[in-house]
Structure formats: structure tokens, C-alpha cells
Design a protein around this ligand. Structure first.
Ligand code: AMP
Length: 191
């Protein structure tokens, strides 16, 4: 099963993670599982779970680990993920979630953890260029700082386990995708 991909992708806001995740998902036939998208879907459906999640999200807080771990465990048990693998996006965000993920998949159940790396000054300039109302300089800086604080320990944790691959995310969509798929193929070839 050389083609089946089981991966996690990280990247700052503005790094092009959404675009590249969609391409990787299509290329490897692995469902793109974004916990943020799943939570937003639950919120718009107005389920009990969605209402609870909404409170955390609005407050700028993380949804508690036990809840998120349950959500991801169920999602990864669905046939498309069991058969096609997965590209996880937005999870894990804490060390507790990281440990739980390897519990769920097994130590050999993650092929690669990708850090799509675009320097702070480049993503900041990209976000300013979008000109959205919530993209004030302070808001952008705060979001990026929060991301760094949240993600730093998680990336280090996966690096210690030999799972982390950093991919340069600066370039055209094609260039970046070529780098990503080459890095992933190298990993898949090593299994
Ligand atoms: P995102 O679109 O990935 O930035 O997620 C949007 C919001 O959903 C986050 O700010 C959190 O409140 C919540 N969320 C998404 N994924 C997770 C996760 N793995 N753990 C906790 N909260 C999460």
C-alpha cells in the first residue's frame, strides 16, 4: 500500500495550507480532515455539540482535549480514512492530543508530519494584502503569536519522534506542491 498516506499538516495562517491540503488529499486519495471545518459544520448545524464548541471557539479558546480526541477517533474510524488514509489539519494542537493520536493510530500509524513553512514576515504581508476587516496589524500579530505558542511544542514533540518534515512553502502553488509531494513520496518509500 505504498500510496496510502497518513499525515498531519501544520502551517501558519497565510502559508497556503488550505490549497496545498486540497491538492495533497486529491493526489493521494486521502480525506482531508480539518477539525476546524468539522467544528464549524457542527456549529452551523446547531447540534448540542456545535453549541458547546461555539462557546470555546468564540472565546478564542481550544475545545477541550477529551472532546477533540473523541471527535478525531470517530472520524479516523470511518471507512474512507481506514481505506484511504488521512491528511489531518488542525489536530493535534496540544501534547495530550499528540499522544492520543499515536494511541489511536499506533506508533507506525503516522507516515509524516509536515510543517509547511512560510516565514513570519511573508505570511504577515500576505494577510495584510487580503485587506480583511479583522486583519489589523495587531490582530495578525496576535494570531501568529498564538499559533507559535500552541504549535511549537507539538512540532518539537513530533520531531523527537522522527516524524517531522519541514517543507519550504515560499513559491508558486506548483513549486510548493512539487516539494510537498516529493517529501511525502520519500517518506512513503521508507516505510
Ligand atoms: P482552525 O480552523 O483550525 O483554526 O480552528 C478553529 C477553532 O476551532 C480553533 O480556534 C479552536 O477553537 C477550535 N479547534 C479546531 N481544532 C482544534 C483542536 N484540535 N483542539 C482544540 N480546538 C480546536
Amino acid at each position: 500500500m505504498a500510496g496510502r498516506l497518513r499525515a498531519v499538516i501544520f502551517g501558519r495562517q497565510g502559508a497556503g495550507k488550505g490549497t496545498q491540503s486540497a491538492r495533497l488529499s486529491a493526489h493521494y486519495g486521502a480525506p482531508h480532515i480539518s477539525t476546524g471545518d468539522m467544528l464549524r459544520a457542527a456549529v452551523s448545524e446547531g447540534t448540542e455539540f456545535g453549541r458547546k464548541a461555539d462557546e470555546y471557539m468564540r472565546g478564542g479558546n481550544l475545545v477541550p482535549d477529551d472532546v477533540m480526541i473523541g471527535v478525531v477517533r470517530e472520524r479516523l474510524a470511518k471507512p474512507d480514512a481506514v481505506e484511504g488514509g488521512f491528511l489531518l489539519d488542525g489536530f493535534p494542537r496540544t501534547l495530550g492530543q499528540s499522544e492520543a493520536l499515536l494511541d489511536i493510530t499506533g506508533d507506525d500509524g503516522i507516515d509524516v508530519v509536515i510543517d509547511l513553512d512560510v516565514p513570519l514576515d511573508v505570511v504577515t504581508a500576505r494577510m495584510k494584502g487580503r485587506g480583511r476587516a479583522d486583519d489589523t496589524d495587531e490582530a495578525i500579530a496576535r494570531r501568529l503569536e498564538l499559533y507559535e505558542k500552541e504549535t511549537g511544542p507539538v512540532l518539537a514533540w513530533f520531531e523527537r519522534r522522527g516524524k517531522l518534515v519541514t517543507v519550504d512553502g515560499v513559491g508558486t502553488e506548483e513549486e510548493v506542491f512539487a516539494r510537498l509531494s516529493a517529501a511525502v513520496d520519500r517518506r512513503l518509500g521508507q516505510r
